[in-house]
Design a binder for this molecule. Structure first.
Ligand code: ADP
Ligand code: MG
Length: 458
């Protein structure tokens, strides 16, 4: 409507000023054509499209353009421990049997863990499969958040989980209790297996922080973000991991506590990025400003999140934030260019330069200018493909050199595209000026011819 108004006013002004109908119509049409807001309309969606494409290429599935935009303003990172900071496929490093044989222990544990989607269930099931053990179906499976699980197997009560769980479901004799406590103190993650009211044995699981997670946390800290770990695990295990990473933590939190932590940060005005993998993370993922799930995590976490890290690499979360920032910057540049074109060309189309310099615009060139402004917005958005997400594997010297070379060629590409953009804009402006000045000559002739012919008639 504003544009229509401007076009009408320009039309009326020139008509009243006595420049004739065709001149005024020409001006009106030029204004309408030139102010077509295609570039303004394209600025955001094109950048988001290129951005989400780039993210997907890097194993980051962003479910909406909005999430990508939101990532740019994140200032607090909340991380789950098991499966997010620690390996998604932990290893069993030791098996201790109290009663029965080792295979029996593994079979009981795996039969129950088959029902679970927890990362700690995976190595036990894998071990059972490796040994081709026959697994039985359990009944009354119950996941106990932050502790483990209980079920019945062949009429007997089974429990698999940490010391807290075992202490809760069994009354252990002094000696067994001391052995179990010692095991739990010496190893951060121990999975105890109880069956028929007795402790059958335990697995020591290497649930250590991954190298990728360490790097990611350091990068987040370098970006001046507040990094906090929220874990359902016990204080001991939590403190060890948090101290290793040098971050704050909250241990023993239930799913609803993770959720209320997120809400607490949100209410204090912070923009939270929550990364998690488990069932217990789902409410928090939904509540967070941006929720991100580990690809190998549970379905419900993936469902609740705004983005998924397909490669299960926490460094991709850093990459996603960087990409979000780049996308927002790009959108601003695009809006600037789109706005700039309109700000320059609308007055030109209105003919403000006609009286002082005789410069006027032909609607045809106006439409060319508009297409060009859209082209430059699209080209600028495509530049997002050159953003470095910083997850290049540099395991050895050779690949380091390769990465450096890649970065160099990327920089060169970048320069080429920028110069192409500038050249296109420059050529276009020169072209416009020369054509427009030619054209205003034509316009000057029309009134002359008109005057001449009317004279002749007289
Ligand atoms: P986080 O919130 O850090 O991901 P979880 O609450 O998922 O941690 O798990 C915390 C602890 O609960 C684990 O270290 C483990 O001791 C116990 N646990 C949870 N689920 C299971 C399970 N299915 N089997 C065995 N132990 C489990
Ligand atoms: Mg987890």
């Amino acid at each position: 409507p504003v544009v229509m108004g401007i076009a009408l006013i320009a039309f009326a002004v020139w008509l009243i000023a006595g420049y004739g109908m065709s001149f005024a119509v020409n001006i009106g049409v030029s204004v309408l054509v030139v102010s077509c807001p295609c570039a303004l309309g394209l600025a955001t969606p094109v950048a988001l499209m290129v951005g989400t494409g780039k993210a997907a290429e890097n194993g980051i599935l962003v479910k909406s353009g909005e999430a990508l935009q939101k990532l740019a303003s994140v200032d607090t990172v909340l991380l789950d421990k098991t499966g997010t900071l620690t390996a998604n496929k932990p290893k069993i490093t030791k098996t201790v049997v109290f009663s029965g044989d080792e295979n029996e222990l593994i079979a009981v544990a795996a039969s129950a863990e088959r029902q679970s989607s927890h990362p700690l269930a995976k190595p036990i099931i894998a071990l059972a499969e490796e040994r081709k053990l026959a697994l039985e179906n359990v009944e009354n499976y119950k996941a106990i958040q932050g502790q483990g699980l209980t079920a019945t197997l062949g009429g007997e009560e089974v429990a698999v989980g940490n010391l807290r769980l075992i202490k809760g479901v069994l009354s252990l004799d002094e000696e067994t209790l001391r052995t179990a406590e010692k095991a739990a103190e010496e190893n951060p993650t121990v999975l105890f297996v109880a069956c028929g009211g007795k402790l059958k044995g335990y697995f020591v699981v290497e649930d250590t922080v991954t190298e990728q997670a360490k790097k990611a946390v350091n990068e987040f800290k370098a970006m001046k973000m507040k990094v906090v770990m929220l874990t359902g695990d016990n204080e001991l295990a939590a403190k060890k991991v948090a101290d290793e990473l040098g971050i704050d933590y909250k241990a023993g939190v239930l799913p609803q506590d993770k959720y209320s932590e997120v809400v607490r940060y949100t209410e204090s005005g912070r923009k939270t990025l929550m990364v998690g993998d488990g069932v217990n993370d789902a409410p928090a993922l939904t509540a967070a400003y941006v929720g991100m799930a580990i690809g190998a995590g549970t379905d419900i976490a993936i469902e609740s999140a705004d983005a998924v890290l397909i490669k299960n690499d926490l460094r991709d979360a850093v990459g996603a934030v960087k990409l979000g920032k780049a996308v927002m910057r790009n959108i601003k540049e695009n809006l600037f260019w789109a706005f700039f074109y309109n700000a320059v060309l609308i007055p030109l189309a209105c003919g403000v330069l006609y009286i002082p310099f005789g410069v006027l615009m032909n609607p045809m060139y106006g439409s060319a200018a508009m297409s060009l402004s859209s082209v430059s917005v699209v080209l600028n958005a495509l530049r997002l493909n050159l953003v470095k997400l910083g997850n290049n594997k540099t395991e050895n010297k050779k690949s380091e050199v390769r990465v450096m070379k890649e970065n160099k060629t990327r920089k060169i590409d970048h320069i080429i595209i920028i110069s192409m953009l500038s050249v296109i804009n420059l050529v276009f402006v020169l072209f416009l000026i020369s054509e427009v000045s030619k054209l205003c000559g034509n316009f000057l002739q029309i009134p002359k011819g008109y005057i001449y012919s009317s004279y002749a008639r007289e």
